[in-house]
Design a protein around this ligand. Sequence first.
Ligand SMILES: Nc1nc2c(c(=O)[nH]1)N[C@H]1C(S)=C(S)[C@@H](COP(=O)(O)O)O[C@H]1N2
Ligand SMILES: [Mo]
Length: 222
Amino acid sequence: MADDDIGTTGKVRDKLIERKQDWAREGRLLTGTTADPARDRLPPGQRLVRDWPVLDLGQQPLVTEQKFRLDVDGAVENRLSLRLDEFMALPQAEGVSDMHCVTQWSRYDNHWKGVPARALLAIVQPRPEVGHVVFHAYDGYTTNIRLDQFDQPDVFLVHQWEGRPISREHGGPVRMLVPRLYLWKSAKWLRRIEFTIRDRPGFWETRGYHNNADPWMEERYG
Ligand SMILES: Nc1nc2c(c(=O)[nH]1)N[C@H]1C(S)=C(S)[C@@H](COP(=O)(O)O)O[C@H]1N2
Ligand SMILES: [Mo]
């Protein structure tokens, strides 16, 4: 399967995607309230979990060190195409953040290690006209955010969770972490980061999910 081609052959997967699209149309799980992140740590309609649920399109690519490549391109001054050891040699930092999934679970105090988005920005230097970022993954998944949402101190390209390498099911060796947006914006099995001038909605964004995905505004669908 090509990197940019979501396989649509799996019947089970088609059913799963259809069901989620139906939920989006029906506005399932919406409480109709909003909250202030400064006051309310838990966004509306969410409940806390202690484990870390696994959600994806049902296919978990095996991205070996041998196979791994991370391309950073689009409208940037300096493009990158990194092997895993080259990625690990970029500036690293640790962070603690909460996760919020549109399927209603939240998990507090996750410890991460990885490359801060801002460190990457300093290296690749997006051109002034860049306004958006598209993440591409090894399973063909894509998702989009604005540049100002990427350019935040708590956004990381992560490779460790709770002191251990991120597991295959959670998107290892390297996944995105954009903790103040619903978790579908955090692409697992990261393959490519593309800086774009115009917005390009990704896999779920073109299937009824909200483009902006702020949990405190309950931007689940839209
Ligand atoms: N590559 C890829 N990334 C993905 C997905 C996916 O299907 N493929 N699913 C998204 C969705 S809908 C969610 S809720 C989170 C789940 O991450 P987790 O399985 O580590 O909890 O991953 C997001 N990133
Ligand atoms: Mo999700």
